[in-house]
Write a protein that binds this ligand. Structure first.
Ligand code: SF4
Length: 281
């Protein structure tokens, strides 16, 4: 079967039909484990102090505003110091050190509920990097990103681009541990959790040196572009962005496309744009 026929087959599997839409482009190291644990401890310590002072402030409302401002500054200082301690060694790690550090990481509260970390998978010098939100139920069990129905759709999207897991493509998430809500269901990671985990993804990107990053869904796009968490992906797709000089295209998350199959055609347009960027790089 020729590559063109294969592409048509994969597009049909995505529910897109044989279309090609040209789109113009507008445009565990021990030290690290100790330090990453420190981030969570410092944040928790500040929270404990905050609770104690809040009780005290009930008895003396006159100093409440002053204490509140001081605590906000203390929290910011603690987070800034701990993040500096975390990111400096991570930015110098090789693949083995990075994977070992992530496996033992306790830098945010998501470590408490995980079965295992989900580091990422693929070609470590891939031209294509696909970034999702975080592990879900199945990924937490299997230790791989994008498994299940959403993973199958992503695999078909990769095939439509002429790549696959482990061959010219790397797949990672913004956070490496599964976020869950009080009912134990998947939820998006918080801004604090993303900030704690982003140095790992940043180091993965530096090691891979991809030619194009495809951000799958809102969380990946806003995290990598440093945007407000509420920015809808519809505002970000169909445009070329950049992460530290690497072209970035945002599109819909495969799990969303399973719920809203009519938007698959828009996702395909985004992938076509990413392919054009790849060919121009
Ligand atoms: S989500 Fe990231 S920062 Fe938080 S514990 Fe897991 S690996 Fe560490």
């Amino acid at each position: 079967m020729t590559s063109s026929l294969l592409q048509i087959k994969y597009l049909n599997e995505m529910g897109l039909g044989p279309v090609w839409l040209p789109v113009s482009v507008n445009a565990t190291a021990p030290e690290a484990v100790v330090h990453t644990g420190l981030l969570h401890m410092q944040t928790q310590d500040v929270a404990d102090v905050s609770l104690a002072v809040a009780t005290s402030a009930d008895a003396d409302a006159g100093v409440d505003a002053e204490i509140s401002l001081a605590l906000q500054q203390t929290t910011r200082d603690a987070m800034a110091t701990a993040t500096d301690v975390l990111t400096t060694p991570v930015l110098q790690m090789d693949w083995a050190e990075l994977q070992q550090t992530v496996a033992g990481c306790r830098a945010c509260g998501l470590c408490a509920g995980r079965q295992q970390t989900v580091f990422g998978v693929g070609d470590q010098r891939a031209p294509w990097l696909f970034v999702g939100e975080g592990p879900g139920y199945n990924e937490n069990i299997q230790g791989q990103p994008f498994v299940g129905a959403a993973g199958q759709l992503l695999d078909n999207m990769l095939k439509a681009l002429g790549v696959q897991r482990g061959q010219r493509a790397y797949i990672a998430n913004v956070v490496k541990c599964r976020p869950t809500d009080d009912a134990g269901k998947d939820r998006p990671p918080s801004a604090e959790e993303i900030a704690a985990c982003l140095p790992y993804l940043r180091r993965q990107i530096a090691l891979i040196q991809p030619q194009v990053i495809v951000a799958l869904g809102k969380t990946a796009a806003v995290a990598l572009l440093g945007l407000d968490m509420n920015t809808p992906v519809a505002q970000l797709r169909a445009k070329q962005h950049a992460f530290e000089g690497v072209p970035l295209i945002a599109t819909y998350h495969p799990a969303y496309l399973l719920r809203k199959p009519l938007d698959k055609s828009k996702a395909w347009q985004d992938l076509c744009m990413a392919m054009q960027v790849m060919q121009q790089s």
